[in-house]
Write a protein that binds this ligand. Sequence first.
Ligand SMILES: C[S@@+](CC[C@H](N)C(=O)[O-])C[C@H]1O[C@@H](n2cnc3c(N)ncnc32)[C@H](O)[C@@H]1O
Length: 285
Amino acid sequence: MGRCSVATRAVNAEQAEEWNGAWGRDFIEQRERHERMLGRLWARLLAAAAIQDGEYVLGIGCGCGATTILAARASGSGHVLGADFSRIQVAEARRLGAAAGVASARFEIADAQVHPFGAGVFDVVISSFGVMYFDDLAAAFGNLRIALRRGGRLAFSCWRSRADNPAFTTGFAAAAAVLGLREMPGPGAAFSLASTDRTGALLTGAGFGDIEFVKADEPMLIGCDVDEVLEYQRTSPTTTEVLTGLSPAQAGDLTRLVRDRLAAYASPDGVTMPGAAWLVTAQAV
Ligand SMILES: C[S@@+](CC[C@H](N)C(=O)[O-])C[C@H]1O[C@@H](n2cnc3c(N)ncnc32)[C@H](O)[C@@H]1O
């Protein structure tokens, strides 16, 4: 793919450390679960991106590469570059891309906020929940705008509010706050684009027009039953931090509360929670 050059610079250091550490490992270990949770939202993103045969596509925050591989299939004779600053996930994406036999997909370690992707190289930039974590959102979207040709398309998914997404409020951290064991977690970077006013202004400022926000509400299958999901949550990086320093009695109370809260989403088909995302599309002007 001669139209792309690759290099990295260190910004977003805190996020890069997390995604190269516990969070990145969790995403690799739980990849199939994430596919079951997010598969419908991935399909909605690909439909919104409307990738045509022969197009050059840049996938931002590609993680283990699922949407990049889908984009490579959609672009046929085109080329797709999946970019992520998580070295461990890029390694996994390369492995999965090769296994899927998509020769037109490449994966590179790159910080999307600053990486020189090349001016006007791409027809489409996509991202599945990978554009919310930048230290400087304006600079990052400006960089993605540079990578697009004039008239090129941006399509990404991001979470709506935390309150709309029980997957983020039924875990150990929120339950610990209910029990008075710690403060309620703040909204966090995952929700940095939840406000359409703010995101619209950011995109306009970065050189995008025709900005549209479509609500994507899709059920997310979290796991096969309450015990399985409880175990998944109990061993997650966030919960490990929450449980540190609690007495056995406190940990027991907390676990019971999380179990009760999860039970509200359980059915014979598994534990399913509503997922509330924005599908955002825009054009490079
Ligand atoms: C929530 S995960 C989403 C992964 C994948 N796209 C998916 O839908 O499953 C966010 C991804 O964005 C990546 N990411 C966050 N900030 C980034 C940045 N500044 N540059 C490149 N990748 C970034 C993380 O490493 C992580 O893989």
